[in-house]
Each structure stands twice: as C-alpha cells, then as structure tokens.
Design a protein. Sequence first.
Length: 113
Amino acid sequence: MAKQIKRMIRLIVSVPLALVFVIVIRVIRPFILVRIGAMRSDRIGHFVLETDLMLLEQEHGISPRPRRSIDIWYAPEPISNRVIYEMWKRVMRIWPNWFMVPVFRLNNLMPGS
C-alpha cells in the first residue's frame, strides 16, 4: 500500500514538471536541439555494447551529433548493473527515470516530436 502511495505522489509531482520541461524543449528547439533517449539497461550486453558503440561512433565522426544539441538519456528499470550505470553517468547526461519517463512519453504524444 505504501509503495502505491509513493508511486502516485511521484506521478503527481513528475507529470507537471515534465510538461513544463517539454514545453521549454519545444520553445528552444530553433536554437538548441534537445534529444531524449532511453538506454537498453535490462540486459548487460546491450547496456554496455550499444552505449559504447554509440559513444565511439560519435567520437570518431561516424555518427556525429548535431552542433547545437544536447543529449539526455535515461535508463529504465531494471538496471542490470549499477556499477556500469554509474560509469555511464560520468560520461553521459543520464537523468532519473521518475522525471524522464513522463518527459519522453509527453514529448512523443505531442505532434512534431
């Protein structure tokens, strides 16, 4: 019961914040592109290999990031390895799930995402 109450409170707090954040992202889009992505964190192989491959492609110019862009990632639960998660947080912008899942969903619901 306490877990459900905690989840509801988190939802009540996160959705309005996420809506404001999505609106801000849409307003600044002509100047700065904000890209939001979900990492595949439920399997250790995908969590390590796909993330490392993406970082290497960006580093070597195979898949370059747009100049004026910000990448924000989140790792959905379950996270297969917390140590690797903390290592990725050092080199990537990884934001918490409680905030980014509603942002991701609201952004995808709006036209032009």
